[in-house]
Design a protein around this ligand. Structure first.
Ligand code: FES
Ligand SMILES: [Fe+2]
Length: 440
């Protein structure tokens, strides 16, 4: 054994020793409970790197906006007059009030409810009531505009001007977003059915880890498996020998449960017969050609976590919102497809409600198991074993690591990247949220 680095108690004292706390085959439970570590995650992961904010289909016309969070910061994703998308700080440059209170809407200007300062859609300050009293010009003042990039309509933003481009962060996992978008004959998804939010009394990291954990399904979701004959039976609930689905570590913390090898016919992933949607099938073959359409309709959408806060949950899109070390909020909505017959989107919506809706099977099971894990570790946490399948991983020529669907390949991939990001030098503009700093 190489990990006998006996250090404890790990998180008490001035430094957090991540080399000790995160090892290849085990991680320490205090990573889910420690408040100082959570503060560091906000700075390093949520303010230091790219974070998913929303989808461009949510704000199709100029002036439309959605209120979101990045870490614990309030932001507004807003469509500009030139059709580009800006992500602005939702905090007035005067005395810091919340600019936008509505969850979504459409506007020509952003007006602060406190003293009426008016900003353009790009965040530039346009008007100040009773301007005579200010000793200095307000020229050049505005709402902070975050660096914003989109990939196939998925909008990401970062507070860190020094981090690399979004494409570097997504890396090889771009193919996961491609696979989601290519479910549509016009290559576009739309998030127009509204979001459901659910609060978990669990650390945010349990969500991405659990969503690409294929080991728990047979146990946590056993009641679901008993009453519903779903595609999960073949994909992830069977004997160890007969399962052909896989876990995949795509690098940069992006992980997947790759169910496609277990699907034998069209639309298994949608829980309908293969001849159910002939028009959709025709559209796909016309758009992509026989061979590629055949593969898409059989393989279905990805089941993958994009680091740190996005889950491509087959025909659902999920956002993980951290609240504190012991609480997070999961947002979810159906991933509808552009250009398909309405009946296909109706089916997607019903399937989404049944999987993740307020009275659904899967989400309730997962939330309970995460909350129990948090409770069990709340005080004297100990080591957690993530070694399953280390002896049978396969690395391909692109560096993608593949394991058996019940292996902890995905957990290891998540933690490997987490440690790297958490040990990077802090971006200058976000040295600490707890310190009171003075900067121009
Ligand atoms: S805080 Fe916004 S105008 Fe005063
Ligand atoms: Fe689950």
């Amino acid at each position: 054994m190489t990990h006998q680095k006996a250090v404890e108690p790990f998180l008490i004292g001035p430094t957090i020793d991540l080399d000790c706390l995160i090892q290849e085959d085990r991680v320490h439970g205090s990573l889910y409970t420690n408040d100082a570590l959570f503060e560091q995650e906000m700075q390093q992961i949520f303010y230091g790197g790219w974070v998913f904010v929303g989808h461009d289909s949510e704000i199709p016309s100029a002036g439309q906006f959605q209120r979101r969070t990045i870490g614990r910061e309030e932001v507004i994703m807003v469509r500009q007059k030139d059709q580009s998308i800006a992500v602005l700080s939702n905090r007035c440059a005067h005395r810091g009030n919340m600019m936008c209170v509505d969850k979504s809407g459409k506007t020509k200007f952003l007006t602060c409810p406190y003293h009426g300062w008016v900003y353009g859609l790009d965040g530039k300050l346009l008007d100040v009531p009773y301007p005579g009293g200010f000793p200095k010009s307000k020229e050049g003042i505005g709402l902070k505009s975050l660096r914003t990039e989109a990939y196939r309509g998925f909008v990401f933003a970062t507070f860190n001007d020094a981090t690399g481009p979004l494409g570097d962060h997504l890396g090889k996992a771009k193919v996961l977003i491609d696979r989601a978008c290519d479910m549509s004959p016009v290559g576009k998804i739309k998030l127009t059915s509204g979001w459901v939010k659910q609060r978990f009394d669990a650390n945010w990291k349990m969500l991405p880890e659990n969503d690409t954990d294929g080991y728990h399904v047979n146990y946590v979701h056993s009641s679901f498996a008993r009453v519903i004959d779903s595609h999960y039976n073949a994909a992830v609930i069977a004997t160890e020998e007969s399962l052909v689905s896989q876990t995949k570590d795509w690098g940069n913390g992006h992980t997947e449960l790759f169910f496609s090898p277990s699907y034998k016919r069209y639309f298994e992933w949608l829980g309908v017969k293969e001849d159910r949607y002939p028009e959709y099938e025709r559209q796909m073959k016309e758009a992509y050609g026989e061979e590629k359409a055949d593969r898409i309709l059989r393989d279905g959408p990805p089941h993958a976590a994009i680091f740190p806060n996005l889950f491509l949950g087959e025909m659902n899109i999920v956002i993980f919102e951290p609240i504190n070390a012991r609480q997070c909020v999961q947002w979810h909505t159906a991933m509808l497809l552009e250009g398909v017959p309405d009946e296909v989107n109706q089916r997607i919506l019903r399937q989404s409600e049944a999987a993740l809706g307020p009275s659904a099977f899967l989400l309730a099971d997962d939330s309970v198991i995460s909350e129990r894990q948090q409770l069990a570790m709340r005080d004297r946490a100990d080591w957690l074993d993530i070694s399953r399948g280390m002896n049978r991983e396969v690395v391909d020529e692109d560096g993608v690591i593949t394991g058996h669907v019940t292996d902890e390949c995905t957990n290891r991939g998540f933690w490997r990247h987490y440690k790297k990001v958490m040990q990077q030098p802090l971006p200058l503009q976000h040295q600490s949220s707890s310190a009171v700093v003075c900067s121009e």
